[in-house]
Write a protein that binds this ligand. Structure first.
Ligand SMILES: NC(=O)c1ccc[n+]([C@@H]2O[C@H](COP(=O)([O-])OP(=O)(O)OC[C@H]3O[C@@H](n4cnc5c(N)ncnc54)[C@H](O)[C@@H]3O)[C@@H](O)[C@H]2O)c1
Ligand SMILES: [Zn+2]
Ligand SMILES: [Zn+2]
Length: 370
């Protein structure tokens, strides 16, 4: 079928709305008509050239929609099913899926190239014989998209998808960074560095886990204000201020954990977070930087203070279990999502949405499809 969506042709570049041809679903695939897609910073790394992009690229990796066609012999799915897409597929069979680490599923190795397991592609551009890569295999910035069932989480039809779509990346990544990767426990002191669409959920996660001090750090006032609404107990514009405050509250020891969710990871973000934690504390690195960014930390401090640096992809969450769990929390009023969708955009205004992200105007901008 022919649809339209946001495609990146050059990196650095900008999104262009163009016609896209989408194949019919094969076995274990779903054709989905999109309802909403979140403007996560990770797509923007390709736009800005922070990371090498597979080009041309049909963007978007946070989204939700309605199934309009089901592949042959694909049990458990029907036309009309509502889905939230996980930006990481989970096969359910590999070593990682089988041991509770679905976020590391072996299917993830195809995401960098935007193809399927056999190297084939499902989208193309009319009159252009190049492969059209799918961002994380789901291309949520396209009105219709073709996804593997491994990336589809069925959700109740009454769930508002404009909010629920955040669960496919932002919530799982941020909330999980605190709950799973930092393993925040009651009484902890936690610093969240960078309170955008990811960090705001790290604040919520740390707060839910019973942290006594949830210290949000962001140069943008709106972000600090919003952090306070979802559980931050203090907020600062810079790490030096946050570190001074943290030490004043912890008898000079430092934070139990510091979670780095800045827009573009720089080495000094981790250095500051490393400085902020106590002996045997944890730095969680969730933010993504340039492909060649190395991190500099003091080796003696690492060894002798027994500090830990923990990378985190999708917050160490298991999409099949955690996306429904987080959405249940949302339905029960325990997790705020509606308030965090600060602006909605038409697909045609996607570049404006990302401009607003850079200008600090949004916690999360979301594309809504008519
Ligand atoms: N690990 C994963 O699985 C995963 C998943 C999704 C996104 N990400 C990454 O997480 C990062 C955050 O994404 P996002 O969508 O929340 O981006 P965002 O642009 O919405 O938020 C980033 C925030 O960091 C703040 N910031 C920038 N520099 C800072 C500094 N030095 N100190 C404190 N705050 C600072 C910005 O003001 C902004 O509020 C990105 O790098 C993104 O690629 C990682
Ligand atoms: Zn994302
Ligand atoms: Zn797997």
């Amino acid at each position: 079928m022919r649809t339209s969506g946001a495609v990146l042709f050059d990196s650095p570049g900008e999104w262009k709305i163009v016609d896209i041809d989408v194949e019919a679903p094969r076995q274990a695939e779903l054709l989905v008509e999109m309802t909403a897609a979140g403007l996560c910073h990770s797509d923007d790394h390709y736009v800005r050239g922070d990371t090498v992009a597979p080009l041309p690229l049909a963007g978007g990796h946070e989204g939700a929609g309605v199934v309009v066609e089901v592949g042959p012999h694909t049990s458990g799915w029907a036309v009309g099913d509502h889905v939230v897409m996980s930006f990481l597929p989970a096969c359910g069979r590999c070593r990682w899926c089988a041991t509770g680490m679905q976020n590391l599923c072996d299917m993830g190795r195809f995401l960098r190239d935007g193809c399927r397991e056999d190297g084939s592609f499902r989208m193309s551009l009319p009159g252009d014989d190049r492969n059209l890569a799918q961002m994380c295999g789901i291309s949520t910035f396209s009105r219709h998209t073709l996804i593997d069932v491994a990336a589809a989480i069925k959700v109740p039809a009454e769930l508002p998808l404009t909010s629920a779509c955040l669960a496919g990346c932002g919530v799982g990544t941020g909330w999980g960074s605190a709950v799973n990767s930092a393993q925040v426990v009651p009484g902890d002191t936690v610093i969240v560095m960078g309170v955008g669409g990811i960090g705001i959920h790290a604040v919520q996660g740390a707060s839910h886990s019973g942290a006594s001090h949830v210290i949000a750090v962001d140069p943008v006032e709106l972000k600090r204000e919003m952090a306070g609404k979802v559980g931050a107990t203090a907020a600062f514009a810079s790490m030096p201020e946050a570190i001074e405050f943290t030490r004043s509250r912890t008898n000079g020891q430092g934070a139990d954990s510091a979670i780095v969710c800045t827009g573009v990871l720089e080495s000094d973000h981790v250095t500051q977070a490393f400085d902020a934690i106590r002996k045997a504390g944890t730095v969680v690195v969730t933010a993504i930087g340039h492909a060649d960014t190395d991190i500099t930390i003091n080796a003696r401090e690492l060894t002798l203070f027994q500090k830990r640096i923990q990378g985190s992809v999708f917050g160490g969450s298991n999409p099949t279990a955690d996306i429904p769990r987080m959405l249940d929390m949302y339905v029960n009023g325990d997790l705020l999502l509606d308030e965090l969708v600060t602006s909605t955009y038409a697909l045609e205004d996607i570049n404006q949405g990302y401009k607003d992200m850079h200008a600090g105007k949004n916690i999360r901008g979301v594309i809504t499809y008519d």
